[in-house]
Ligand binder design. Structure first.
Ligand SMILES: [Fe+2]
Length: 138
């Protein structure tokens, strides 16, 4: 699932590097969920999900700063998407996961993956024509 490939490339190095890091964390969780979950691996998966949350927030901040710096005209709509996703991530309560931990985490990871993939391909790609030119002139 979390295999980064060229179809996700924006061509903006800073952004692509951060997206790749997001995919790496996602893949680590994915691999872990494919193994037998004991208390250790379960805790590790939970830690990684919170790492994914933190890194997503960090990445969104990077994008926001770029938007502001270059005065990206459509930043408002884009930032709303980020806020909605951060809210979703913050509303996840691991302590509500009692039984079927594997299924719970797998579903969660699927939702996160689908959101990220769609966001990059639909939303992030919208700023590419604007930012690519302007950032190259720096
Ligand atoms: Fe974004």
């Amino acid at each position: 699932m979390f295999q980064w490939n060229e179809s996700f490339a924006t061509g903006i190095k800073k952004i692509d590097n951060q997206h790749q890091r997001l995919f790496e964390i996602g893949e680590e969780i994915e691999v872990l969920l494919g193994t037998y979950l004991d208390e250790n691996t379960l805790n590790r998966a939970i830690t990684l999900i919170s790492e994914l949350k933190d890194y997503t927030e960090y990445h969104f901040n990077t994008e926001k700063n770029i938007f502001i710096k270059y005065n990206y005209p459509d930043m408002g709509a884009h930032l709303v998407q980020h806020e909605t996703f951060i809210k979703y991530l913050k509303d996840i309560h691991m302590d509500e996961m009692k039984e079927n931990q594997e299924e719970f985490l797998q579903n969660l990871l699927n939702v996160i993956a689908q959101w990220i993939f769609k966001h990059i391909n639909n939303e992030d790609f919208k700023y590419v024509p604007f930012l690519k030119n302007i950032m190259l002139q720096d």
